[in-house]
Design a protein around this ligand. Structure first.
Ligand SMILES: *Cc1c(COP(=O)(O)O)cnc(C)c1O
Length: 360
């Protein structure tokens, strides 16, 4: 059996939607983008959606719309994808790394609060693997210290705490990269409830213009195409069913896996299992286990093998060499992710369970 870690799905409806856009002659951003922004924002219960060319530009636009720049610090977890940090560096601001909770893999609110300095401008938790970070706690910390709350929601389409979706606490950036829970090929979106931030985001996305050829701020070309938005509309329609399937696969693994530490989902949290990530017990060689499973045809992956603060680029930047993030550093050596995509068959699921239980 060969089971990949992810299996993006593009159906007939997506293909037809793209052909329709091409036939319409709309070759860049147009009505489909507006439709997709409204639908994606409504799905999460946010007031505004601003679509961008990818998740990284969504993060960069969010930083710029909040005026984050040189001299500012933004607190983020180091246990994430590199773009969580590079979007801060791109503005001239400095990422400050806080440790994570061992149970949830998400940034610890206590650690984040302890990292606040007079230069801190914003806090950006990551809803890692599709599990919401502790947003009520982060919201309280940001209110108490007068800080901007951002969300890296790139992995958490439709995730929620109670009936409140991610993307409604702070300015939140999503990604529609093919392996994410839904795709537009490349694509991204920022959600916000703030009218002024939404206006800024729209300008930053399109050369800083509000009116044509009148440049109010420095902006770039971060536009999404109508072709991508048309795919996004079809995929958004599939998202509820796909999310159910991911959760059902995750629940099954939670019940059947014996030898690894399975994900913790706090009471009332909706984990959308972008990744189903487990930990090997203390003393077990994760790389050996992952290798064995790969040899059995299971597309096991490690997200992420090196924490951001230990990446060469940060080691050469100054100020990060002696940073100590013990939970991040320990879990980086213990985690691996299993196939949890919606079309995983019952047979494949059982094979994964059997091989993981045998592997460590
Ligand atoms: C995927 C991802 C991004 C970047 O999104 P792209 O669309 O690939 O640019 C940012 N942050 C996290 C946590 C991600 O998983």
């Amino acid at each position: 059996m060969q089971i990949p870690i992810a299996k993006p799905f593009i159906g007939e409806e997506e293909k037809q939607a793209v052909v329709q856009v091409l036939s319409s002659g709309q070759l860049t951003s147009g009505p489909k983008v507006v439709e997709f922004e409204k639908a994606f924002a409504a799905y999460h219960g946010a007031k505004h959606g601003v679509a961008t060319s990818n998740g990284t530009t969504a993060l960069m636009a969010a930083m710029m719309a909040h005026g984050i720049g040189p001299g500012d610090e933004v607190i983020i977890p180091s246990f994430s994808f590199f773009a969580t940090a590079s979007c801060i560096l791109s503005t001239g601001a400095r990422p400050v790394f806080a440790d994570i909770d061992a149970d949830t893999f998400c940034m610890s609110p206590e650690a984040a609060e302890a990292a606040i300095t007079p230069k801190t401008k914003a806090i950006m938790p990551v809803h890692l693997y599709g599990l919401p970070a502790n947003m009520p706690a982060f919201e309280a910390i940001c209110q108490k210290h007068g800080l901007i709350l951002l969300e890296d929601s790139a992995q958490a389409h439709g995730a929620a705490i109670g009936d409140r979706h991610v993307g409604t606490w702070g300015t939140a950036s999503f990604s529609f990269y093919p392996t994410k829970n839904m795709t537009t090929t490349e694509g991204g979106m920022v959600l916000t409830n703030d009218d002024e931030i939404a206006r800024h985001l729209r300008m930053i996305r399109a050369q800083g213009m509000n009116t044509q050829y009148y440049h109010e701020v420095v902006g770039y070309n971060y536009r999404l195409t109508d072709m991508a938005a048309a795919i996004g509309m079809v995929q958004l329609g599939r998202l509820p069913e796909w999310t159910k399937a991911r959760i059902s696969n995750g629940d099954y693994y939670n019940q059947k896996l014996e030898s690894v530490v399975t994900p913790t989902v706090p009471e009332g949290y909706k984990h959308v299992y972008h990744q189903y990530t487990v930990r090997v017990p203390d003393g077990v060689d994760r790389d050996a286990v992952a290798k064995r499973l790969n040899e059995k045809g299971i597309g096991v992956r490690v997200y992420y093998p090196i924490p951001i603060h230990q990446q060469p680029v940060f080691q050469n930047m100054g100020g990060y060499e002696n940073l100590d993030l013990p939970v991040t550093e320990k879990l980086t050596k213990q985690v691996f992710s299993l196939p949890v995509f919606p079309s995983l068959t019952a047979e494949e699921r059982d094979y994964v369970v059997q091989e993981v239980n045998a592997a460590c």
